[in-house]
Design a protein around this ligand. Structure first.
Ligand code: ADP
Length: 160
């Protein structure tokens, strides 16, 4: 049976840390759907269309990765896509408590849904979209954090 995994997130914006997780997942699962959350509780800088466009551009070279946006419960979206696996990235121990809570909540909502945690390369374990937005607003060099086209969009967005 073909295994489909969903990698949900805000991706505001996509970073090399996200990409690292996407690549690892694509080597394990037959299909990975990167799912950009429309109704994230976080305050976002980019619109849903912009966040999805950046994810699509970064994943263009992979044949088993699809990119979509979704609204509402991630488990509902996963079921629609016939996926039983959610991928989440774990950077530090500080991610663990929130991620465990979410994984167990999702499992309570659908006992067939498993969350699989992947660890990024240690070089990306400090990267977060929040920190990157802050650094970009202070005109920091983005080269090692995000792909060049994301850096360009960040610059444009922050100039608005
Ligand atoms: P969310 O709002 O759902 O947390 P994010 O885009 O911030 O959306 O993160 C999506 C997922 O990617 C989360 O599981 C997060 O822990 C993971 N992630 C974010 N940055 C990194 C990184 N640098 N390395 C590994 N995983 C990451």
């Amino acid at each position: 049976m073909s295994q489909i995994a969903i990698y949900p997130g805000s991706f505001d914006p996509l970073t090399y840390g996200h990409l690292d997780i996407i690549k690892r997942a694509s080597l394990i699962f037959d299909t990975v759907i990167v799912a950009v959350a429309n109704n994230t509780p976080k305050k976002v800088l980019f619109t849903i269309d912009d966040r999805l466009a950046m994810v699509k551009e970064a994943c263009g070279g992979f044949t088993n990765i699809q990119c979509e946006s979704f609204t509402g419960l991630v488990i509902r979206f996963a079921r629609q896509k016939k996926a039983r696996v959610l991928i989440r990235g774990l950077r530090m121990i500080s991610d663990f408590e929130y991620e465990l809570q979410m994984a167990l909540t999702n499992r309570r909502l659908d006992e067939n849904m498993e969350t699989v945690f992947l660890m990024p390369s240690e070089g990306y374990s400090f990267l977060s979209s929040t920190l990157i937005k802050e650094a970009a607003s202070l005109d920091a060099d983005m080269t090692s954090f995000v792909p060049p086209f994301v850096a360009e969009r960040l610059k444009r967005e922050l100039e608005k």
